[in-house]
Design a protein around this ligand. Sequence first.
Ligand SMILES: [Zn+2]
Length: 444
Amino acid sequence: MAETLLRGAKVVVTMDDAGTELASADVLIRDGVIAAVGQGLTTTGTVHSAAGCVITPGLINTHHHLYQTLTRAVPGGQDALLFGWLRTLYPIWAKFGPEEMFISAQAGLVELALSGCTLSSDHLYLYPNGARLDDTIAAAAQVGLRFHPTRGAMSIGESDGGLPPDALVEREDAILNDCIRVIDAFHDPRPGAMVRVGVAPCSPFSVSTDLMRNAALLARDKGVMLHTHLAENDEDVAYSLERFGCRPGQYAEDLGWTGPDVWHAHCVKLDAGEIDLFARSGTGVAHCPCSNCRLGSGIAPVRAMRDAGVNVGLGVDGSASNDSGNLIGEARQAMLLQRVQNGADKMSAREALRLATRGGAAVLGRDDLGQIATGKRADLAIWDVSGIESAGSWDAAALVLAGPTRVRDLFVEGRQVVGDGRMLTVDTAALTLRQNQLARALMD
Ligand SMILES: [Zn+2]
């Protein structure tokens, strides 16, 4: 039996239903699972001091396109609107291959890990030059994060009136066959799973109605989750009204894209009826505040969603539209945006942190994660609040108001992935070097 005792934390923020916070407390990890939480715990195993630190559940990222870490701050896309931004980046992404997918995924996951993330989903919807979902799964296994990759897809290219170049779209039968392949090869439905695969056509404007419907049937047959982009901005809603004759929520419902096994990214423009639909059906939302700001999409009605009972998690979104991937920073941004929209008393620091933990776990169907309680998996972020960013704080647990934006230590399934602010699983310097070499090659 492998035991690790995290001892003497200043505060343990459990994120249980009651919002319990324990001062001067310990967390005991046994075989990847939280065995006990409280004061004065002992072990015959390893003792890991958490003095001067806040322990939170590991943060959960519900929306990303990891491959985009190779196209951060591309000049032509820096100030473009969504559709123009896509047109700038598609030709660059068409040059990617397996190594670009692997290295960019590692870079994105390392960045997330250092910001407290223990589980990330990913939405990979283009597969040029032999790239496969397998490349990103291999990357995540090496980094040591829990991973929910989704097999994305685009099938309507320029010659069919779509946005992406024909070279980046696939035949719909090939898409569905590859979905089956990666689910059968990698999806693990058991509690504590390190990999769960989802099915994720890129968006209603890049695949056919048939593919949306068939993807939902396939996902239900296989018992996996569904994910896509929905109601991201005004152009998106206008496209839906013009092309499908209905709002995005109606389109989703008609095709089987609502339910507790579905989560949609952005949902900035959901109206009251759509919020009610999502609440009634248990459909989840990946809220991506920095990306929404970066692309000028608007402020998602997160307060109204939460009040209606919609499951909302946080996502950093792809690095080409953020352009960073700091998940604790995303929680702060979520809090700030709801205050701009609704007032300073409408989103507390603690609620923002709850979105990043319990919220994400609920959206991704993981009741084994998101809180520090006996029997939950040992995914834990340890934040050093003895440094300058927290100096003078009266409330160490209000991390997103005053606190570090990087973890000191990170545990995933009881295994230490970050120690003293450094990755223990991959050589970050070598990874950075290779990532920059690949980015430079893409500029030619
Ligand atoms: Zn996205």
